[in-house]
Design a protein around this ligand. Structure first.
Ligand code: G4P
Length: 532
């Protein structure tokens, strides 16, 4: 296959949602359609349970399973679909943010009863940073939920994106009769059905067709006509370019658990979603069609076996063709590396691949060469514009409980940070190690792994910080004054950037007000802008 053909065939995306909205269920139904799995439940078992907070082995086991399903690929209507799995557990949100840099579009699942939830807003913020195209799937229509018009208003308002319904539900909960496809003028009738993938489809010439009254009843048919007229009046006609530029999100409705509306979603997705797109580097934009290979690491997974400390680095291919056993340049280390066993991760099993194309994700066995965000090229020196870190939400001091084991602790924490498990800040003077994460679960994982994999002896002490902001400023004197005034609240991140640790939102606001010449960044993205 030539690279151009491979690019036009591929669709690489992620499914995101607030926990419990139905991401896992939808993923599973899509895989059933694509024939990648045969039975329901295969993906579900991979989910990190909400109750797992204290069960380390369970976490580790599930992390292991999730390697195998990190990328789920299947063919559908001549396209190769790559679904990149994103952890549902909120404590692993940082993982999800990073995975979003490796996709070309997303499907956002919203529970029709809960509407836009906190995690939905955060995830969308990340999508908006890169103008990632978004399709919205409103799920659980078999239950009573928020009125669809109100829901669309809420999405527009809270997620800061315009919407365009491509389908419309007829009723909800017990009265849910099906979904009218505005584009194809067809009606899918709802049947609660958890296994079959067939759907009854009725086509109409136009919405005034009297058959509609016969099928759904006169009242529902008239309501639908009114609603469609309203939609046509309120929302602009769908333009694919607006979706591709991240300005408009097309909306579908359904019930994932009942396998309803999933096929429409998939068909719509195939039709409009983007083929692999390029990425920005410190030397400009790299298009997927570029002849020479390039890619970046967006995720690193440690081996489960503590005796083998090798890891798997997940590489998203941006341009050209990746080949097994060919030497590539690790730009940060200025080192040539080749990979005898690059792996593709299918839902069914792992297999060694000989070549891969833009949009694909390959797993590279790594003995410690990679960090999150690293670039591989065929010789060029550019670096992909990195992966942002967000301010952590929980901070704890990492204490060494055995001075004889400080080497183990240093090495362990450094490697875990490279994997992106948490962020590390070093406070001067005294070299106090402050670990920041987005969830409590991370501390359990870190402690467990430092003890079991690295033989360190350590503990965590909670710290009262609320946020860590990266501080920059042109005005050297203002920066020095700030540093003198805030000595106790300053630290450096792993690259030596200055970080301000604020105890409360108020203290952060005060600092922003008192030092107007300085900028307080909530994500590390400013580094990209500085690199240019
Ligand atoms: P998540 O990955 O986004 O966290 O959500 P997940 O798919 O696990 O779904 C969360 C719960 O919502 C599950 O129920 C699932 O069965 C249910 N669900 C998903 N889609 C629909 C739908 O269309 N309608 C209804 N009524 N429920 C839906 P659970 O009780 O947590 O798990 P289970 O025992 O049913 O597997």
């Amino acid at each position: 296959m030539n690279t151009q053909e491979a690019i036009s065939k591929r669709r690489t995306f992620g499914i995101i949602s607030h926990p419990d909205a139905g991401k896992t269920t939808l993923t599973e139904k899509l895989l059933l359609f694509g024939g990648a799995i045969q039975t329901a439940g295969a993906v579900k078992n991979n989910k990190i349970k909400k109750t797992a907070t204290s069960d380390f082995m369970e976490i580790e086991k599930q992390r292991g399973i999730s390697v195998a399903t990190s990328v789920m690929a299947f063919e559908y209507k001549g396209k190769q679909i790559n679904i990149l799995d994103t952890p549902g557990h909120k404590d692993f949100a940082e993982d999800t943010y990073r995975t979003l840099t490796a996709v070309d579009s997303v499907i956002l699942v919203i529970d029709c009863a809960n509407g836009v939830e906190s995690q939905t807003e955060k995830l969308m913020e990340v999508c908006r940073m890169r103008d990632t195209p978004v399709i919205v799937f409103i799920n659980k229509l078999d239950r009573y939920g928020i009125d669809p018009f109100d829901l669309l208003d809420e999405i527009e308002e809270k997620l800061n994106i315009r919407v365009c319904p491509l389908a419309w539900p007829i009723g909800m909960g017990d009265e849910f009769q099906g979904v009218y496809n505005i584009y194809e003028k067809s009606l899918s009738l709802f049947q609660a059905n958890k296994t079959s993938i067939s759907e009854e489809l009725v086509k109409f010439d136009n919405i005034d067709d009297p058959n509609l009254d016969e099928i759904v009843g006169e009242k529902a048919a008239n309501e639908l006509r009114e609603e469609i007229a309203l939609i046509e009046g309120v929302y602009d006609t769908f333009q694919r370019e607006d979706y591709l530029s991240g300005e408009v999100a097309p909306v579908f409705f359904g019930s994932a658990v009942n396998n309803f509306g999933v096929k429409e979603l998939l068909n719509g997705f195939i039709e409009i979603s983007p083929a692999p797109i390029g990425r920005t580097t410190n030397q400009g934009y790299i298009a997927p069609e570029e002849e020479k290979f390039s890619g970046f690491v967006f995720k690193i997974h440690a081996n489960l076996d503590p005796n083998h400390r090798d890891r798997i680095a997940f590489l998203r291919i941006v341009s050209g063709k990746f080949e097994r056993n060919k030497f590539y340049k690790h730009v940060r280390l200025d080192k040539k590396l080749k990979f005898p066993n690059p792996t593709s991760f299918m839902a069914k099993d792992k297999s060694v691949i000989d070549e891969a194309f833009p949009g694909d994700v390959v797993g590279l066995y790594d003995t410690g060469n990679f960090k999150i965000g690293d670039t591989l090229t065929e010789g060029a020196d550019f670096l992909f514009a990195g992966i942002p870190s967000f301010s952590p939400e929980i901070f704890q001091e990492l204490r060494n409980d055995d001075p004889m084991k400080s080497k183990q602790l240093d090495k362990g924490i450094r490697q875990l940070i490279d994997e992106g498990v948490a962020q590390l800040f070093i406070q001067e003077p005294g070299s106090r190690k402050i670990v920041g994460t987005v969830g409590q679960l991370q501390f359990d994982v870190i402690l467990y792994r430092l003890t079991h994999e690295y033989g360190a002896k350590c503990s965590f002490t909670p710290l009262p910080y609320h946020k860590a902001c990266w501080v920059t400023g042109e005005d050297k004197q203002a920066l020095e004054t700030f540093k003198r005034a805030k000595t106790g609240n300053l630290a450096n991140d792993k690259e030596g950037n200055l970080v301000f640790l604020a105890e409360t939102p108020f203290l952060l606001e005060m600092a922003e007000r008192d030092y107007p010449d300085l900028t307080f960044h909530k994500t590390s993205d400013f580094k990209l802008k500085q690199k240019g």
